[in-house]
Design a protein. Structure first.
Length: 294
């Protein structure tokens, strides 16, 4: 087995252990309020583990009592690419987790779970899929952190392109979320649909931003992974598989649990309105685009 792949087993154990533990609590309480928060915390915990795993006891990676015997690693002991891919992931997860948890606490529930929170077998599927989402999404981050720092090549132009994309997508997602939150707080908008700001050029600009930022993160990761010279550490075929990350995120958002659910809900609520039909006709569902009236 390639050395870089050794990290995957313990990380996957952590991912699904957290999801299953949270599922048990959520099923007993019949609540989904901490679902998204659990997902964000899983991203953060697994990213940190993948970054620091070489500094943990070899035979007892989860033995907390042994940590005090190890000297704390300095940031300078990591490659800049490792710090960047890990830092951006943690920043994104922290922001999203706080935002989603605050929103569900304000609204009292997440309507996505109205028909499943009282059905343990179906509820379990949601938590399992969240585990798959976490593992697939940060697969490139895991591999970058698994490569010995001294074997990662220097940052190059593709890295900077990637981080520019990440920042663009991150800002796009934040602005879209803030615009919709502010719009919802206006009592005059009750019973209406948002078509202002970024929502005037995309019906789901927050999802577009998330897709873009993960493509950016992947670009910066693959820039280094494909230039690891020792294939015993990381075969290029494995590095190439990291494209699964942004493609999987985009698929989930556009075809599985994101846009399809919200589009059906909006069509059911506003489909009878000519204004809504005109908005759908002129506004892109995902990639920002706006068509003028004919």
């Amino acid at each position: 087995m390639a050395e870089a792949l050794q990290i995957m087993s313990p990380v996957l154990v952590i991912v699904f252990t957290i999801q299953m533990a949270c599922f048990v609590v959520a099923a007993i309480l019949q609540t989904e309020k901490f679902f998204d928060l659990a997902g964000s915390l899983t991203f953060i915990i697994c990213t940190l583990y993948s970054l620091y795993w070489r500094h943990f006891p070899r035979h007892y990676p989860f033995a907390l009592a042994s940590y005090s015997q190890l000297p704390p690693p300095f940031l300078s002991s990591f490659h800049p690419r490792q710090l960047l891919v890990s830092g951006t992931t943690i920043i994104w997860a922290t922001r999203l987790g706080i935002f989603m948890f605050s929103r569900v606490m304000q609204e009292g529930k997440d309507s996505r779970f109205d028909k499943v929170r009282s059905k343990p077998s179906t509820f379990f599927v949601y938590w399992f899929i969240q585990g798959v989402w976490v593992a697939a999404t940060i697969f490139p981050v895991f591999l970058v952190n698994a490569v010995p720092p001294e074997m990662l090549p220097p940052l190059e132009k593709l890295d900077y392109v990637g981080y520019t994309l990440w920042l663009t997508g991150f800002v796009f997602e934040i602005v879209a979320d803030l615009q919709k939150s502010a719009w919802r707080r206006n009592k005059n908008n009750k019973g209406k649909f948002i078509k202002e700001g970024l929502w005037s050029i995309s019906r789901h600009p927050n999802y577009f931003g998330e897709s873009v930022l993960w493509f950016g993160s992947w670009l910066s990761a693959i820039s280094g992974l494909l230039r690891v010279s020792d294939t015993r550490i990381l075969p290029r075929s494995v590095a190439g598989l990291t494209i699964i990350s942004p493609l999987f995120v985009t698929y989930v958002l556009t075809r599985l649990s994101g846009i399809p659910l919200l589009e059906r809900a909006s069509d059911k609520k506003f489909g009878h309105l000519a204004e809504y039909q005109d908005y759908k006709r002129r506004t892109s569902v995902f990639v920002p685009w706006w068509m003028p009236k004919m």
